[in-house]
Design a protein around this ligand. Structure first.
Ligand code: NAD
Length: 483
């Protein structure tokens, strides 16, 4: 296997932290140490932001087409190393290798898409704006917003990074990236690929370390124009407060407690596959997990019986073993958090259908059995809070109206899935759901061209598509007097 850098990437060179400190990276399948990476602090963050600020002076004036050359080279570099990157991601995060390959493909597609958007920018720059006047003309410029800080979590490390980094570079921003301290290896490998493209020094700076030591000083840094954050609501709220001090822009991708609605006309086998994928992919560690199943009363028993059987047959184990369908949770903290939610569910009177503890046959590693609760009380923690693990909560409904009301009864509004054979119902329910993305009879497919993000407490702003790049742009109108 290739070696992965362990140092900070600042101003075009790999370097240690000023303190000389490191932090361990753990393989969640074996609980053994995979690597030691540099643990940065405020001094290193300052070096990184200052390097990005110097680089911005030049990078901001490059054309979209020039930036597209780098974005395409990054997509190509990732594609070339896709097997290595997928293996690294599975080692560090614990997800099955098949899932890591999907992630890597998504990264390639995202950089390739924003290369196209960067090229299109050149033709759009200084575009005339129609105004009702014979005395003035107006034109529109889209300019990069400055040095941006990108803070990402551990569940889809390279993907969340690509969704921010590709549009930020395409827009002409320079970037300080803070990977999760739990999964820094995929981003360090990605940074090495990006460095090899010859991207000018300082345009991308990568600073590894904890949220307290790196994330907080990054958000507070006065030279930063904007923070794009993906993570928990608790930290997202802190980020917003810190950014308020000097009126920095923020975009936030936070938690979810999304619903999958299965109507009485749905195909049971299709419903089964969509419910299973929506909660057990990545061991349920998905902001978009459809962790609340709402099923029509008339088919609840049939679907639940199929789900119980499918859960008990799900192959849980080593991410590298052929046939593995679910790996471990990412670390001990997440493992204990999920088990404590399961205990609360039982204590709150939810009916445990299957699972409910450590996965059988896994001696080491942070494995939790696929778990289903039925008749989950509406006011219980497992119904209302994001568990971020392989735990499905089920309730049945008597009418379409009740199904939509139950789905919308959440402080979150990230995604939803609708399973029905009735196209009119699908359209009606999709329109009524409070969610940023709705899948109808479809797995959770995400295209770079469509938006990502949600309503209510799930997000501020949208990633992907042109909206993802607009996040990193300032709009300027130039109005001329016609003399
Ligand atoms: P987290 O909030 O604990 O950490 C996210 C990042 O923030 C990490 O890099 C962490 O080091 C950093 N951080 C922690 N404290 C900080 C501080 N004080 N200042 C600045 N940065 C700080 O989240 P997590 O446990 O890594 O990820 C799980 C959460 O992410 C879940 O809630 C999940 O729903 C959410 N998520 C959302 C999306 C989305 O698109 N909406 C995608 C993936 C994950």
């Amino acid at each position: 296997m290739k070696t992965v850098p362990s140092q900070l990437y600042i101003d075009g060179s790999w370097q240690d932290a000023a303190s000389g400190q490191t932090l361990p990276v753990i393989n969640p399948c074996t609980e053994e140490q995979l690597a030691q990476v540099t643990a940065a602090g405020a001094v290193d963050v300052d070096l990184a932001v200052c390097a990005a600020a110097r680089a911005f002076k030049t990078w901001r004036h490059t054309s979209g087409s020039q930036r597209a050359v780098y974005l395409r080279a990054i997509a190509h570099g990732v594609e070339q190393q896709k097997d290595f990157l997928a293996r690294l991601q599975s080692q560090n995060n614990g997800k099955p290798l098949t899932e890591s390959h999907i992630d890597v493909g998504d990264v390639v597609a995202t950089f390739a898409y924003y290369a196209q958007l960067a090229e299109q920018l050149d033709a759009q720059q200084n575009a005339p704006v129609a105004i009702p006047s014979d005395d003035f003309s107006a034109s529109l410029r889209r300019e990069p917003c400055g040095v941006v800080g990108l803070i990402v979590p551990w569940n889809f490390p390279m993907v969340t990074t690509a969704w921010k980094l590709a549009p930020a570079l395409a827009a002409g921003c320079t970037v300080v990236l803070k990977p999760s301290e739990v999964t820094p290896l995929p981003e360090l490998a990605l940074a090495a690929i990006i460095a090899a493209t010859g991207l000018p020094a300082g345009v991308l700076d990568v600073v590894t370390g904890t949220g307290q030591a790196v994330g907080a000083p990054l958000v507070a840094h006065p030279l930063l124009s904007k923070i794009s954050f993906t993570g928990s609501n608790a930290v997202g709220s802190m980020v917003m407060k810190m950014a308020a001090a000097d009126i920095k822009g923020v975009s936030l991708e936070l938690g979810g407690k999304s619903a999958i609605l299965v109507f009485d006309d749905a195909d049971v086998e299709l419903a089964l596959s969509l419910v299973m994928g929506g909660i057990f992919f990545n061991a349920g560690q998905m902001c978009s997990a459809t962790s609340r199943l709402l099923v029509a009363e008339s088919m609840a028993n049939a679907l639940l019986a199929r789900l119980k059987q499918a859960c008990e047959e799900l192959v849980v184990g080593d991410p590298f073993a052929a046939g593995t369908q679910m790996g471990p949770l990412v670390n001990r903290a997440q493992y204990e958090r999920v088990l404590s939610y399961i205990e609360r569910g039982i204590a709150d009177g939810a009916q445990l259908v299957t699972g409910g503890g450590r996965a059988e046959g896994c001696q080491r590693g942070f494995f939790v059995a696929p778990t289903i609760f039925n008749q989950v009380p509406l006011d219980s923690a497992i119904w209302r809070e994001e568990i971020f693990g392989p735990v499905l909560c089920v309730r049945s409904f008597a009418s379409e109206q009740e199904a939509v009301a139950l789905a919308n009864d959440s402080e979150f509004g990230l995604v939803a899935t609708v399973v029905t054979a009735n196209a009119e119902r699908a359209a009606r329910v999709s329109a009524a759901l409070e969610a940023g993305v709705v899948w109808v009879n479809a797995p959770q497919v995400i295209f770079p061209q469509t938006s990502w993000g949600g309503m209510k407490k799930s997000s501020i702003g949208r990633e992907l598509g042109p909206w993802g790049m607009a996040t990193f742009q300032e709009i300027k109108h130039v109005v001329n007097a016609l003399v």
